[in-house]
Design a protein. Structure first.
Length: 327
């Protein structure tokens, strides 16, 4: 195992190896860089990794050559790790984690929390974790998605650390049969403590933003227009009530024109089979009435059969409706 540290952190270790005390090294560093380093945290992490060992009281005056011997390699055998993205541009990282971007993330998360407070049903229930149909396919899809999410999570840590100028890299390895991605940003201990929080929390922040986007998308789908509503429920209706598709194929193909490729209309009207120029003359109001109330009948029949959830129908500008719409 080897360790990548920023040059100023290596400089701190050089001062300590020359026999200088922690307080003296902090003063030297502060005079040179204008900041007070957290040397104790740096030494704690190095000791945990096996790179340094504490000196016993009777070893305090040992020579520089003997002190160098305390930097011992680790004895634990670890899996081989292949590292990547060590040269991620710092300028791009700073743009990705700039204040406007972080503010946008905060806004998205806040809107998602408000949406959940407004509609708690947006949070998936335990049933969402079980797939009674296409189980193998769903497991494969979720495995691929899990790998993508894992990559983005670790990449967020790396980019946030690069935004601070810390040398870091992302590695892919395994723990027994499990695929593991890990971000090596050990150099973060060389920056002031108050700047470390964002790199440590960047992965969680990305997860929260992703969840917020999904929640807002679900909210938009639940409060969509007629076309979006029919598109959302159509696969379920086809699987569980195919007779309704056959009965209302005329209305469905008019609201969702893409269905004309797969669904043929059983009883087209004279308007539909007329020439293009003649269609505008043949009872457009009657056709509109037939489409609207056919869709209403379809939704009513499907609601009685499904009974899976409560429906809320919102009529926009209902006071401007005429005799065509009668519910």
């Amino acid at each position: 195992m080897f360790l990548v540290l920023p040059s100023d952190a290596v400089e701190i270790l050089d001062y300590l190896a020359l026999g200088k005390r922690i307080g003296e090294t902090q003063l030297i560093y502060q005079e040179k860089y204008g900041e007070l380093p957290d040397i104790e945290d740096l030494l704690d992490i190095l000791e945990g990794k096996g790179f340094v060992k504490p000196l016993l009281p009777n070893q305090a005056n040992r020579s520089y050559a003997v002190i160098q011997a305390t930097f011992a390699p680790p004895t634990t055998k670890v899996a081989k790790v292949r590292y990547n993205f060590a040269n991620f541009p710092q300028s791009l990282a700073q743009k990705l984690f700039s204040r406007p971007v972080l503010l946008g993330c905060a806004v998205l998360i806040s809107l998602a929390l408000l949406a959940i407070a407004f509609d708690p049903a947006l949070i998936p229930s335990w049933e969402a974790y079980f797939f009674p149909e296409n189980t193998t396919l769903m497991i494969l899809v979720l495995t691929v998605l899990d790998c993508v999410i894992l990559f983005l999570h670790e990449m967020a840590h790396l980019v946030a650390a690069r935004a601070l100028g810390v040398s870091c890299r992302m590695g892919i390895s395994n723990r027994m049969w499990m695929l593991v991605a890990e971000t090596d940003m050990t150099g973060i201990w060389g920056v002031p403590r108050n700047q470390r929080y964002l790199p440590f929390l960047a992965g969680t922040l990305l997860d929260m933003v992703s969840a917020a986007i999904l929640i807002l998308v679900f909210l938009a789908q639940k409060h969509a227009g007629l076309k979006d509503l029919l598109t959302a429920i159509l696969p379920q209706v086809q699987a569980q009530a195919a007779d309704l598709i056959i009965k209302h194929n005329y209305e469905l193909t008019r609201v969702l024109p893409a269905l004309r490729r797969t669904i043929s209309v059983r009883y087209p009207s004279l308007t539909d089979i007329a020439a293009q120029k003649e269609q505008i003359r043949n009872y457009p109001a009657d056709r509109a009435f037939r489409i609207i109330h056919g869709i209403i009948d379809l939704l009513t029949a499907w609601f009685k059969r499904s009974q899976n959830s409560r429906w809320v129908i919102v009529c926009d500008r209902y006071d401007f409706s005429g005799g065509l719409v009668m519910i």
